[in-house]
Design a protein around this ligand. Structure first.
Ligand code: PLP
Length: 415
């Protein structure tokens, strides 16, 4: 729990609003975000980096709601995008194209055209064939594309294998040993302008050392490039800083930022970072109501109205989210598996949790602001949850609950 989500008189609050009142008024399942928490996270980065030229590019895929993007845009953020769709979201939310970096291994020609048209800051190129394609797309538009190569530093991020991206066997970036020759090729392309180098080694990292190991490998390559006459303007050290879900002890934003600054000491480059999870994860909670309590032979189940389609992380990564009752009860606690209504055994939100609850109670699934709504689906023809942003005492609906009719509006029965 953070200072933005806490109990007062046995009720769980977000900022100055009891979460139960939101559940009653807007229904469940429902994501609730704290604007103050979002702002606080961003400011911690900005303060820590203020002595150096920098750009904080929020990783849009962590949570791409327009209201959230808008909060960061107003604070001065740039954005790290991985699709043309995310670029359109950033622009619709009031973000500036010239603060956007575009990552991803599979950029299409159409996405490249859209980004060149908008005038983004940098394409984070992930392969030699992508570089060729970008050069020819830019040529066809009479433009020059600013690029950085995403190098794969081959360091172990020591996180879940599905969210580790900086090892040799991963699909991301160009191999460390090939980077120099690809940069040379890029330098000779008429519609490419080399502006930087980037890396991103994984997500939910709870130690600083892999970030520093990656930065050191990047800097060694920067030296080789400079010796070859290729000078860079910026270094983009990616995102990946972890948060506390359970008992993890990730470094504070300020300490992480300071260790990046130390690693870059004496270097003239502008520093770009791409934080996602750490800016939104603990700023959000998923509210869900208990539909039934079921006492099985071996286990008790609390069957709730949120499911793996709303929050996929437990099913996908066996991820842990704290689960708290919105109203504390005096009764004795029992152990429950908190499960959704979907026909999959993997459809659980939490297992073996000690809770004093009864049918009809509402629970808060904590730390759900990152990779929650943005990974949600309509599996089982379940409309996606509503999203709410709280700002002090004010409650704003930032995404209406989906309607079932919207889910099959684009489908057609054939004769
Ligand atoms: C996902 C991603 C990020 C953000 O990662 P977090 O762990 O959410 O901070 C940053 N950069 C790239 C290239 C990514 O793919």
């Amino acid at each position: 729990m953070t200072e933005y989500f806490k109990y007062q008189q046995a009720q769980l609050y977000v900022e100055s609003v009891p979460l139960e009142s939101i559940a009653q008024r807007y229904g469940t399942p429902c994501y609730v975000y704290s604007r103050a928490a979002l702002t606080d996270g961003y400011r911690q980065f900005a303060d820590a980096l203020k002595g150096r030229e920098h750009l904080i590019c929020y990783a849009v895929k962590a949570n791409s709601n327009l209201a959230i993007l808008n909060v960061f845009a107003r604070l001065g953020a740039g954005f790290d995008i991985v699709s043309g769709g995310e670029l359109q979201r950033v622009l619709a939310a009031g973000g500036q194209a010239n603060k956007v970096v575009f990552s991803g291994v599979g950029k299409t020609e159409e996405e490249m055209r859209m980004a060149l048209e908008a005038g983004i800051l940098c394409f984070n190129v992930e392969s030699a064939p992508e570089l060729d394609r970008l050069n020819s797309v830019a040529a066809s538009m009479g433009k020059v594309a600013p690029i950085s190569l995403r190098v794969n530093p081959d360091v172990d991020a020591k996180t879940h294998p599905y969210i580790s991206t900086g090892l040799k066997q991963n699909k991301f970036g160009v191999a460390y040993t090939e980077a120099l020759s690809i940069y040379r090729k890029a330098a000779a392309m008429p519609h490419i302008r080399i502006t930087g180098m980037d890396c991103h080694i994984g997500s939910q990292l709870t130690e600083t050392s892999p970030f520093i190991a990656a930065a050191e490998k990047v800097l060694a390559l920067v030296d080789q490039l400079e010796a070859a006459g290729i000078v860079l303007e910026h270094l983009d050290l990616g995102g990946g800083l972890g948060i506390r879900y359970d008992d993890e002890t990730p470094p504070a934003i300020a300490d992480y930022a300071q260790s990046l600054l130390n690693a870059l000491e004496g270097r003239p480059h502008k520093l770009i970072v791409e934080p996602g999870r750490v800016l939104v994860g603990n700023a959000g909670v998923l509210l869900t109501r208990i539909e039934y309590i079921k006492h099985g032979e071996e286990k008790n189940f609390a069957i709730v109205d949120a499911a793996m389609n709303d929050l996929m992380r437990p099913a996908l990564y066996d991820a842990y989210h704290a689960i708290l009752p919105l109203r504390e009860r005096d009764e004795a606690a029992q152990h429950y598996d908190i499960v959704g209504p979907i026909c999959e055994t993997g459809d659980f939100i939490g297992r073996g949790r000690e809770l004093a609850v009864t049918q009809g109670d509402t629970l808060g699934v904590m730390s759900a602001g990152a990779y929650g709504m943005s990974m949600s689906s309509n599996y089982n023809t379940r409309p996606r949850a509503a999203e709410i942003m709280v700002d002090g005492v004010a409650i704003h609906v930032i995404r209406e609950r989906e309607l079932v009719s919207q889910l099959f509006a684009a489908e057609k029965i054939i004769a």
